[in-house]
Design a protein around this ligand. Structure first.
Ligand code: HAM
Length: 427
């Protein structure tokens, strides 16, 4: 019997992956850049469980959303509690925020997270049943400038990674009164088409007609072509907020494209929503997305604090980096490889390797009596730049032979000051 990973999932490997974006060192690299950028903006990490009570997602993301209706990995535990693997990070972060009364610590909260998310979608390139997100949540500020700062931060992270030709698609879904007015207008417009709408959209017509704007059904999309726009129904406040976001983005030199089709697949959004899309060969070209969710914490029974956030799909970011041939790091390898020749040399090499590691110099050691030629071939393949050989002769002379595999040179080091030399080479 042979096992394979479940449909829609994949392994991240140290080396040997058929598709380069599945190499762990690339994941470390992009995670490092995201972490670095958001730390520069004052964000701190939060980690929450990968499963939560199903109810949290029903209430947070919305019962009429595709995610809750069709895509959750839900199960009951042995005590019959309904649980779900998290399909996204925001709901869990809000739950943790309230559970630990973080609002009592500071007026503002800038939180970030990494982690796997689970959605039962039809897998294809760029779309997985287990995908990985980098996300941020900014709680406590309702200022429009905050929205712009957050969008700028995501653009900065993509820019630092070397991604090009990205577009910020910006929209507003209005505040509650705007949405209420828009809902009525949409209902009036869509009701005569009721029979022509897809089954899902017919269901949504009463429950949440705004969701219909997100329909992938081609006929629904055709009907929607002449639908009223949210812009005609914005309250003065929602309009002013949206204008301020745009003004601040201009101030920050972030180009954006207004797109009133962006409604987002989750129900918690209010006011600003955005997606960052790439000109890519992949159909899944939204690499990051987010928006404001001012009523969410309150709907969970918490204080009425505003919030805004985004998440970016790490698979899509990596695939795009590779497609755009952006500069990427190489697979990491030890700096030095100790090769003892003979049993006597082995114990000395073990000591040397231990000293090296104490000095924070990554090294490896051949412990299986591999022949010199094979050991050198292995070091070469692993791209280890230096090999330290210790044989009978070196033991007698109190030396080490240091080979530079790239330059194909060798030199003799004294065992008294070898570490100094290696430290200099490593720094
Ligand atoms: P989302 O748009 O559902 O938003 O997902 C965020 C990003 O995750 C997407 O733009 C995409 O890059 C990636 N993504 C989503 N589903 C998949 C999938 N099946 N396979 C691969 N990548 C995927 C959220 O999840 C919100 N929680 C974002 C947010 C945070 N809004 C406010 N705060």
């Amino acid at each position: 019997m042979s096992f394979q990973c479940p449909k829609g999932t994949f392994d991240i490997l140290p080396y040997g992956a058929k598709e380069p974006w599945k190499h762990a060192f690339l994941w470390h690299y992009i995670e490092g850049v995201f972490r670095e950028v958001v730390t520069e903006y004052g964000y701190q990490e939060i980690r929450t469980p990968i499963y939560e009570k199903t109810d949290l997602f029903d209430r947070g993301i919305g019962e009429s959303s595709d995610i809750v209706m069709k895509e959750m990995f839900s199960f009951t535990d042995k005590a019959n509690r309904p649980l779900s693997l998290r399909p996204e990070g925001t709901a869990g972060v809000m739950r943790a925020f309230l559970e630990h009364h973080l609002d009592q610590s500071y007026p503002y909260h800038k939180l970030f997270y990494f982690g796997p998310m689970f959605r039962y979608e039809r897998p294809q390139s760029g779309r997985y049943r287990q995908h990985h997100q980098f996300g941020v949540e900014m709680i406590g500020s309702s200022s429009a400038e905050q929205d712009a700062e957050l969008i700028e931060m995501l653009c900065r992270a993509y820019d630092r990674l070397g991604l090009k030709q990205l577009t910020v698609q910006l929209n507003t879904v209005g505040d509650l009164p705007s949405r209420q007015a828009y809902r009525e207008a949409l209902l009036t417009y869509l009701s005569p088409y009721k029979e022509d709408l897809s089954e899902d959209s017919q269901l949504r017509l009463q429950k949440n007609p705004l969701r219909i704007l997100d329909s992938k059904d081609l006929n629904d999309q055709k009907i929607l072509e002449n639908a009223p726009s949210i812009y005609e129904h914005l309250t003065e406040e929602a309009k002013a907020h949206f204008e301020k976001v745009q003004e601040t983005l201009t101030l920050l030199n972030i180009p954006y494209h207004l797109n009133d089709q962006i409604v987002r697949g989750l129900d918690y959004y209010q006011k600003t929503v955005f997606e960052i899309t790439a000109q890519s060969t992949s159909a899944q070209n939204t690499i990051g997305a987010g928006g404001r969710y001012d009523g969410l914490l309150h709907s969970f029974g918490g204080p009425n604090l505003p919030g805004i956030g985004f998440a970016s799909g790490l698979e899509r970011v990596l695939q795009l980096l590779i497609e755009q041939q952006a500069p990427l790091p190489q697979e990491t390898s030890p700096f030095l490889y100790f090769v003892p020749i003979g049993e006597g040399a082995k114990a000395r090499c073990i000591e040397f390797a231990s000293t090296c590691r104490k000095a924070h110099i990554p090294c490896d050691i051949e412990l299986n009596g591999k022949k010199l030629q094979h050991a050198l071939q292995y070091a070469d393949k692993k791209k280890i730049p230096y090999v330290a050989l210790l044989g009978e002769e070196e033991i007698q002379n109190n030396t080490l032979q240091l080979k530079n595999l790239k330059e194909r040179t060798a030199e003799i080091l004294s065992q008294n000051d070898w570490l100094q030399k290696i430290t200099t080479l490593y720094s």
